[in-house]
Design a protein around this ligand. Sequence first.
Ligand code: MRU
Length: 345
Amino acid sequence: MKSVKTFILKHGSLYILDQNLLPGRVEYIECRSAEDVADCIVRMRIRGAPAIGVAAAYGLALSIVRYQAGDLEGLRNELERAYKLLRSTRPTAYNLFWALDRVRRRILEACSVDEAKEIALNEAMRIEEEDIEANRRIGLYGKELIEDGDRILTHCNAGALATAGWGTALGVIRSAVADGKKVKVYATETRPKLQGARLTAFELLNEGIPVTLITDGMVGFVMARGYIDKVVVGADRIALNGDTANKIGTYTIAVLARRHGIPFYIAAPTSTIDPGIRSGDNIPIEYRSQDEVLEIGGVRIAPDGVEALNPAFDITPGELITAIITEKGIVRPPYIENIPRILDL
Ligand code: MRU
C-alpha cells in the first residue's frame, strides 16, 4: 500500500491530512490562512512535533502571501498577529516555536512586500525539506543501533505522519529494515488519542513491517517476559540536560526499560532541542480536555460526574535515556556537556 503525505502545498493552499480520521478515512483539509492551520494544530488534525513546526511555518507564510495591501508596516503587523496566533496553538513541542521564529526572522529581513512573500514561502519550504533530510540522517545513525532480529517497542507515533516525511523513531526502524535487518515492532496504543493504534500501526502495516499492538498497561509484562530488546521513541522538547518531553506514558516506559536492562533511545532532530531550557522542570506541559479521557472515539466510557486528568506529555529524565539520535549524530551522556556541543553552543 502507498504511504500518505502529512500535507501537500498546492495552488497556494496547504492541504493537511486529517489524522483524527485515520486509519478509516484519508481526507485533506484545505488551509488558506494562519487561522486554518492553527485550527488544525489545536484540533490535532496535524500532530507530532516536527509536523506541527512545518505546518506552522506554512501557516505564517500563507498569512504573508495573502496579504493584500502594499505597505511593509501593515505586513509586519499581519506577521505579528499570525505569529502570536500560531504560537498559542500547543505549548510543548519546541519545533513549533523554532520554526515560527525562523520564518519570522527571515521575513523581517525583507525590504519590500513582494520580497517578504517570496522569502516567507521559500523559508517554509526549506524547513520542510530540511526536516525530511534530518529524518533520513537520524535513520542512518540510528540504524547502527538496531540489530537483525530486534524487537523494538515504540510509543505514540513518531513516523512519517508526525514529520514532513520518513519519521524519527519509525525512521530509524525504516532505515534498519531498508538495510535488510528483520525487526518486529511492539506499538503501544497510546491512550487517550490512540496515536499508536491508529497511526503507528497504519504506517507500519503500509510498509510491511511486522507490528504487534499492545495496550499501554502491558509494557511491564512484555518487558518482564523478554519480548523487547530496545525502545525507540520520539520527542517533543529536549532540555540541555537530556530531560525529554514526549507523549504521556513515555516516562513509565523509560522506568520499566531501566528496570529490565533494556536500552531506551530518543530519536529527534536538533530542532526539538530547546537551547533556552536546562532541565525538564521548565518544559511547559499541555493539559487537554477531560473528554479525551472520559470518552473513546466520542463515546462516553466513564460514569457521569467523574473527573479526569489529561496531561498530553510527560518528562523522561535524561538519566534514563541511553542515547539521543539526532541528524548530527548520536548523543550520549553526560547530556549537559554533549547536547550543547552538538548544538555548537
Ligand atoms: O500529541 P501528539 O500526537 O502531537 O504527540 C506526539 C508525540 O509525542 C511524538 O512522539 C513526538 O511529537 C515526536 S514526533 C516525531
